[in-house]
Design a protein around this ligand. Structure first.
Ligand SMILES: Cc1cc2nc3c(=O)[nH]c(=O)nc-3n(C[C@H](O)[C@H](O)[C@H](O)COP(=O)(O)OP(=O)(O)OC[C@H]3O[C@@H](n4cnc5c(N)ncnc54)[C@H](O)[C@@H]3O)c2cc1C
Length: 381
């Protein structure tokens, strides 16, 4: 088995790394403290191809694969979790849903603007009362002639307040079990009745935009329906599979970024007349983190490889996300421990990695949900 990345992906990794060191690391702490989405970064992300990684070149994207998407998200996360979450959700959820299930007219209207950064994508599944049990949603879309009228509230929506459009999931059929009665729609920012009703303040990934969205009598033509009527829940599950690969990659990048910071600090910091890196207690933390993160990397690559071959990878995506997010959370926690008291202050960036990485155990399916998915596959056999 060849463990090397293809040359195209190595070039991508290097380009994203250089970009993040120059354009993100110097400002990430300030953006995090201000909880301000840096709109000025968007054109730069687009220029690098980070807003259309999997969008075909014909629509203005980079036309790369799932592995490239994972590599790009990992590199963003190595420096900044908010950046990684923005890139992951824009590419994987909003535009990913259009890419997979959009009509040609929808792709032509939305994908070039998504790739150019003119319109960031939001994707709204979760509600105030339903997350893991996402089919339990209350938002409805009712057919009225050639249009649909959407009513409801969505919660925790990334890019909800800054997106140019939002893919929203709504209940369209109450006479069947919930999973068989949900449909996706594309709603443009500025559509009457659609608004970001609340910006959410967060523990980590603080400059990534997270909002509550309100839909009050939002009327969209049937041409804004995304995918088949009542099939949205099944489509959503496949969108989440690829999204889980990217959240695994986000965790991996945060973990590796924290490990790099911990190694540097352990070599510099002295105690008892020697660098703390000389102590076995420190070395074991570093060794465990590196080993567990490399294992996560291999699971992420396996899931991405299966996705790019068009094979089923739901179980593998959940395994990758589960291992990566839990290993990275441990690695970030240990990295703070290695920094001692300084690690607990905002003067050192390692605390931001620990706050940011916690999201990876929650978003796009909690660790408990990943275990449920994996067990379901095991018991089905
Ligand atoms: C920063 C951020 C960004 C997000 N971005 C988006 C987005 O862009 N779009 C979107 O639609 N959503 C988004 N989400 C929502 C996210 O996907 C949900 O928060 C997540 O799926 C968990 O749902 P919940 O918060 O409702 O928790 P709940 O489902 O209420 O779960 C609470 C706890 O109960 C556990 N639990 C629930 N059911 C079971 C069970 N059957 N067995 C065992 N344990 C269980 C969970 O694992 C968890 O520990 C985002 C969330 C955050 C924090």
């Amino acid at each position: 088995m060849n463990f090397d990345l293809p040359e195209s992906h190595r070039i991508l990794r290097q380009a994203v790394r250089e970009f993040c060191e120059k354009e993100v690391r110097p400002y990430a702490r300030e953006w995090d403290a201000e909880e301000r989405f840096p709109m000025e970064l968007v054109p730069k992300l687009a220029e690098l191809g980070l807003l259309g990684i999997r969008i075909p070149e014909a629509y203005g994207g980079a036309g790369m694969d799932t592995l490239a998407y994972a590599v790009a998200v990992e590199e963003c996360a190595r420096v900044d979790g908010s950046l990684a979450l923005t890139v992951a959700s824009h590419n994987g959820l909003g535009t990913g849903h259009l890419l997979a299930f959009g009509t040609e007219a929808q792709k032509q209207r939305y994908l070039p603007k998504a790739a150019s950064g003119e319109w960031l994508a939001a994707w709204a599944l979760t509600e105030p009362g339903s997350g893991s049990d996402s089919a339990g949603m209350l938002t409805t879309a009712v057919r009225d002639g050639d249009s649909w009228v959407i009513d409801g509230t969505k919660m925790f929506i990334t890019q909800g307040g800054v997106g140019g459009f939002c893919v929203v999931l709504a209940r369209t059929n109450r006479s069947v079990p919930a999973q068989r009665g949900i449909t996706a729609f594309i709603v443009d920012a500025g559509t009457p009745g659609f608004r970001a009703s609340r910006k959410l303040e967060k523990y980590g990934c603080r400059w990534s935009d997270t909002a509550e969205l309100t839909f009050e009598g939002v009327r969209v033509p049937d041409s804004q329906r995304l995918g088949a009527v009542d099939h949205g829940f099944y489509d959503t599950m496949s969108i989440l599979d690829r999204g889980r690969v990217s959240i695994g990659a986000m965790a991996l990048g945060l973990g590796r970024g924290a490990l790099e910071l911990a190694i540097r600090y352990a070599k510099d910091r002295r105690a008892f007349d020697r660098p703390i890196a000389d102590f076995q207690a420190i070395q074991w933390k570093l060794a465990d983190a590196a080993t567990q993160l490399d294992a996560a990397d291999l699971l992420i690559r396996r899931a991405a490889w299966l996705a790019d071959r068009g094979e089923p990878y739901s179980r593998e995506a959940s395994m990758a996300k589960l291992l990566a997010s839990e290993a990275a959370t441990r690695a970030c926690n240990d990295a703070v421990q290695i920094h001692g008291g300084y690690g607990y202050t905002r003067e050192f960036e390692v605390e931001r990695h620990l706050r940011d990485v916690k999201l990876c155990e929650i978003g796009e399916g909690t660790s408990e949900v990943q275990r449920m998915v994996i067990a379901k596959h095991l018991l089905r056999a």
